[in-house]
Design a protein around this ligand. Structure first.
Ligand code: NAP
Length: 254
């Protein structure tokens, strides 16, 4: 029998790469996608059963075409993880309309476009599917400095997750979100530098502040997030849909 197929966006780096590796270890054939094809190829080369494809999630036609090509080649699609996201730290009063639009285009519309393409394919195939969206701790609380556009785009992901879960449940498709905290990735390295500059301090002291804000006492790893995604796509979560699971070491509890 053919391996189950899982697609992951923004999988050339950080959390997405860890999710792709975790799915590979759990017996999936992984479609590693990223806006940066070379980054996706590098991650795919570390996974036993994987292939790399270029995808800019802010382009709806590209999302539809990519999912169609997966289904044409493999005749199945079991899991889709909409993980790609961007951030840029600045004060609310300084955020330009184009920065706001780019944030939503990737963090919110990208989740919508990919989820819609994946859901259409899963419905047509008539097999049960699982979709996971990477949201954020900043999808549940706005008490986050210098990320107003990001916060808004991630709150939208939680609403979308619930709406998708509700409409797709009759088709046997479960949809959930994962909400990470302070995860050590290239995105975090950029955020440490921005926040340090905005506060007039060093990246090291911002990092210490984030660790102090985390009851479990360390920065989160991409693998911490990937393990929860692994649970959400497994049969252990078979009666779980429309949820947004916090995985943040206690940095925000709701
Ligand atoms: P990352 O290391 O920057 O990885 C994100 C990947 O997405 C990069 O490879 C990036 O490519 C790619 N990407 C950017 N724009 C894209 C687009 N339009 N289409 C497809 N791929 C695109 O970030 P990360 O920390 O792993 O973040 C992954 C997800 O977790 C994001 O949704 C983020 O908001 C969320 N998250 C992160 C944290 C954290 O602390 N790190 C916390 C909560 C939530 P380029 O590098 O070429 O831009």
């Amino acid at each position: 029998m053919s391996l189950p197929i899982a697609g992951v966006t923004g999988a050339g780096s950080g959390i997405g790469a860890a999710i792709a590796r975790m799915l590979g270890k759990r017996g999936f054939h992984v479609i590693v996608t990223d806006i940066d094809l070379m980054a996706a190829q590098k991650v795919a080369s570390e996974i036993a059963n994987a292939e790399a494809l270029q995808l800019d999630v802010s382009k709806p036609d590209a999302c539809n075409a990519l999912v169609a090509s997966i289904v044409e080649k493999h005749q199945r699609l079991d899991v889709w993880v909409s993980n790609a996201g961007i951030s840029k730290m600045q004060r609310f009063v300084d955020i330009s309309p184009s920065d706001l639009a780019r944030n939503f285009e990737i963090n919110t519309y990208g989740v919508f476009y990919c989820g819609q393409a994946a859901a259409k394919a899963m419905i047509k195939l008539g097999t049960p599917g699982r979709i996971v969206n990477t949201a954020s701790m900043a999808a549940k609380q706005g008490r986050v400095p210098f990320l107003a556009d990001y916060v808004a785009s991630k709150f939208a992901v939680l609403g979308l997750t619930q709406a998708m879960a509700f409409e797709l449940a009759p088709h046997g498709i479960r949809v959930n979100s994962v909400c990470p905290g302070f995860v050590a990735t290239p995105m975090q390295t950029r955020e440490l530098a921005w926040e340090a500059e905005l506060r007039g301090t060093s990246s090291e002291s911002v990092k210490e502040m984030w660790i102090k804000d985390t009851p479990l006492g360390r920065l989160e790893t991409p693998e911490d997030v990937a393990k929860v995604v692994g649970f959400l796509v497994s049969d252990d979560a078979e009666f779980l849909t429309g949820e947004s699971i916090s995985v943040n070491g206690g940095a925000y509890m709701d």
